[in-house]
Design a protein around this ligand. Structure first.
Ligand code: UD1
Ligand code: UDP
Length: 360
């Protein structure tokens, strides 16, 4: 039995292709949901759209502080893993659910595969960095989305466990892009698609205000499926009405993946602080303004595809606005291609089989 441990939006998106490929290959598997994300449009919608079966169990560990959520997940997981005794657990990305899965499984001596291993922002104040480092170092096999991630793992002495498989989100993107209405329709108004949820950009009122000021200065409609965390923070700081009053700012509820791909595929630019969305921008053909100065997807940054900026620094904002002013859709043949060929899931299964971690 293979157990997938997931809990939030990007993890459901990463799980889908691997689950389907393992199913095709005849493996027995189940899903444990930590409950970190729990709204219908942050969780259920992805299971429905991506054809993933309902989790066997939901640990209802969402909300609370980092420690509370991580601890609650660990306590719930320990019993579930003791009951199920899987031959392998598969963990995804860099969230508190990933961290809880890594620590719990490692201490029960259950082998761990980590999907999306190796990205580093080189800043331990970033909560996801802590989760990634611990998970990579506790895992038995590591699947890297790109060569930069492999180099990071090699520097940490983990290269012998690592495989470059490409980005599994590209597998999902390709399968859904077929269903989403693709490309820019001549009748469509130009849009910037925005997502905004990282702790660094929501924990401070002034930071949030500076992001709203930037949105105001973009000479284009900005469509923003607003993460519940960001909505709650805007409300708490008394900024929600101000945000809703911005003429070019269209705040919508979080959307399912089909609608998200449809939006990205018609965007002239993407404004985000999401690790996943900033990388997907290269699949969708819209360059990306990244609202943090962390080390993300270094190849895309070097190519000028992702432009990082500090919303609280006027000079940095001015540069960001210059980037936005010339951003336009990029034809498929001109998009950068650093993240594999859309067959990451197959490569992962091959590596798991060859490594003796799964076998029929
Ligand atoms: C988490 C991950 C982050 C990832 C993001 C994907 C960590 C440390 N952070 O951040 O790495 O990029 O998921 O979206 O694990 N909330 C709801 N409904 C929901 C989910 C969340 O209302 O369905 C609200 C709750 O008030 C919750 C807050 O959002 O306390 C933050 O949620 P949480 O899962 O802690 O962090 P994310 O910002 O979603
Ligand atoms: N996404 C989505 N609906 C939304 C916002 C994002 O389907 O309303 C998708 C997005 O395309 C990407 C994933 O969710 O595939 C990224 O999740 P998020 O930004 O929450 O997390 P991160 O990548 O920062 O960990």
């Amino acid at each position: 039995m293979i157990t997938h441990i997931v809990g939030n939006r990007p993890q459901f998106i990463k799980l889908a292709p691997l689950y389907h490929e393992l199913e095709k290959a005849g493996y027995e598997q189940n899903i444990i949901h930590s409950g970190q994300h729990y709204d219908e449009n942050m969780s259920d919608v992805f299971f429905e759209e991506l054809g993933i079966p309902a989790p066997e169990v939901n640990l209802l560990a969402g909300g609370g502080s980092h420690a509370q959520m991580t601890a609650k997940t660990m306590v719930g997981l320990e019993q579930e893993l003791l009951d199920r005794k899987p031959e392998l657990v598969i963990l995804y990305g860099d969230t508190n659910t990933t961290l809880a899965g890594a620590v719990t499984a490692a201490k029960l001596c259950i082998p761990i595969a980590h999907v999306e291993a190796g990205p580093r922002v080189h800043d331990k104040e970033n909560p996801e960095e802590c989760n990634r480092i611990v998970t990579d170092h506790l895992s038995d096999i590591l699947f890297c989305p790109d060569a930069v991630s492999m180099e990071n793992l090699q520097r940490e002495g983990l290269g012998h466990l690592a495989h470059i498989t490409g980005d599994i989100m590209y597998d999902t993107y390709l399968s859904i892009a077929k269903k989403a209405s693709g490309g820019q329709d001549a009748s469509d108004e130009e849009i910037v698609v925005m997502t905004w949820h990282r702790q660094e950009n929501t924990a401070d009122r002034e930071r949030m205000e500076s992001i709203l000021r930037l949105v105001e200065r973009l000479e284009c409609k900005v469509v923003c499926p607003l993460h519940p965390r960001t909505r709650k923070c805007l409300e708490a700081y008394g900024l929600l009405e101000r945000a809703e009053a911005i003429a070019n700012f269209e705040i919508i509820e979080p959307v399912g993946y089909v609608e998200m791909v449809t939006l990205m595929n018609r965007a002239k630019m993407i404004l985000t602080d999401s690790g996943g969305v900033s990388k997907e921008s290269s699949y969708a053909g819209a360059k990306c303004l990244f609202m943090l100065e962390l080390d993300v997807w270094e190849d895309l940054v070097r190519d000028g595809w992702i432009h990082k900026f500090n919303p609280q620094d006027e000079e940095s904002v001015a540069e960001a606005l210059r980037f936005a002013a010339v951003a336009e859709r990029v034809r498929p043949e001109e998009r950068p291609r650093y993240y594999g060929d859309g067959h990451a899931a197959e490569k992962m299964i091959k590596a798991l089989e060859e490594g003796g971690l799964i076998g029929k």
